[in-house]
Design a protein around this ligand. Structure first.
Ligand SMILES: *Cc1c(COP(=O)(O)O)cnc(C)c1O
Length: 364
């Protein structure tokens, strides 16, 4: 937002111009609404698990700084997440922070970043924070990578980082592995594979890290059921992670988060079962949306479904759903590939029923 006269006198005009022109990330108010907008796991923990967790928190020394290296937590991650032996782990306050760390390290004067569009909004936002140039290459209309256009853009702009969300948000699909391999091959800088939805997709580039010098993989505990915790991790070759470590704030992952994450990782079966149920519900919701002639849902490997509204404008459908107590996300504004598209996260069986019922009423 441009500054007015009064603000200029306060010195606020010294804020970097590229920050002044940004809009702050807004989180839609959701009070009293069924919240199907943010890919959260709708299930909480069974009571006995909560009690066991609270017992473990009792003796966390809050007067002390947390373990700066997070070594115990990393041990747990290695054990439960099958992290390849010859790699290092970088911990972040959510993968959002990891994206920022990578970009801080790789921006530099004239640095460029590249990703397909549409993709996860944070890639572009944080690129702007660090003052990097950001280039995006439109996906094909079926949401696959436009490999020729990607490779041309990589040759032209020589980006220091290429981001690929695998599966992609907000489209929900996995990209063709041959196309991703080619992008890793032609990129001179780093390729970040963002596997935030791994628990639903079961497809990974972990086994490729040791075969490339320029590939790292990002994961998060958010989508598997711990969005409130804020823990992400990046897995990559030691030379890359060693550099990123220099930029990470020493205490970026708090003591409560470290202890809770270590506890939760030992209960991985609970989250896996929840994920299986969410996937089964996703297929049920997909089939129900498909049966509505006014809508076109797209297949998804995640815990959300993107769908197009053929007759009723997406903005109208969005608003009518809010009036019926349901919050999803409208992506119509996000470019031609997402023309009249909305995204719904999968909730509990009951929430999904209410969503489907409400959509049906809105379209009638
Ligand atoms: C939700 C999401 C993230 C954010 O993860 P946090 O760990 O919660 O910061 C990262 N990447 C993609 C593609 C996502 O959809």
């Amino acid at each position: 937002m441009p500054l007015n006269k009064k603000q200029e006198n306060t010195g606020v005009h010294r804020i970097r111009p590229e920050i002044q022109t940004l809009r702050a990330y807004t989180v839609q108010a959701s009070d009293g609404l069924i919240k199907l907008d943010a890919m959260e796991n709708p299930y909480s923990w069974p009571k006995h698990m909560r009690d066991e967790w609270l017992d473990q928190l009792r003796d966390v020394p809050l007067n002390r700084y947390p373990d700066a290296s997070g070594s115990e937590l990393k041990q747990h991650l290695r054990q439960t997440m099958n992290i390849p032996q010859q790699t290092e782990i970088l911990l972040g306050n959510g993968s959002d922070e990891l994206i920022q760390i990578v970009q801080l390290c790789l921006s530099g004067p004239g640095g460029a970043m590249l990703a397909p569009a549409p993709s996860f909004v944070m890639y572009e936002m944080t690129a702007r924070f660090v003052g990097a140039r950001y280039f995006s290459v439109p996906l094909c209309s079926d949401f696959s990578l436009d490999l020729d256009a990607m490779c041309n853009a990589i040759r032209k702009h020589n980006p220091s980082v290429v981001f690929l969300a695998y599966p992609n948000n907000p489209t929900g699909n996995l990209f063709d592995r041959a196309a991703v391999d080619e992008i890793i091959r032609v990129t001179n800088g780093l390729v970040v594979l963002d596997e935030a939805y791994y628990i639903f997709a079961h497809d990974s580039y972990y086994d490729q890290i040791e075969r490339h010098d320029n590939l790292v993989v990002m994961r998060t505990l958010s989508k598997l059921g711990l969005a409130g915790l804020r823990l992400g991790f990046l897995v990559g070759p030691a030379p890359w992670v060693g550099q990123f470590e220099k930029v990470r704030m020493p205490y970026n992952v708090g003591a409560l988060t470290q202890r809770t994450a270590a506890f939760a990782l030992q209960k991985m079966n609970v989250f896996k079962r929840q994920a299986e149920f969410i996937v089964a519900e996703r297929e049920r919701v997909y089939a129900a949306l498909r049966a509505m002639p006014e809508l076109t849902p797209f297949t998804s490997q995640t815990n959300f479904i993107l769908f197009r509204s053929a007759q009723m404008p997406a903005a109208v459908l969005f608003q009518k759903l809010v009036e019926r107590g349901i919050l999803i996300k409208n992506f119509h504004h996000a470019g031609t590939v997402l023309h009249q598209c909305l995204r719904v996260s999968i909730g509990t069986q009951d929430e999904n029923d209410k969503f489907l019922q409400a959509v049906d009423e809105c379209l009638r």
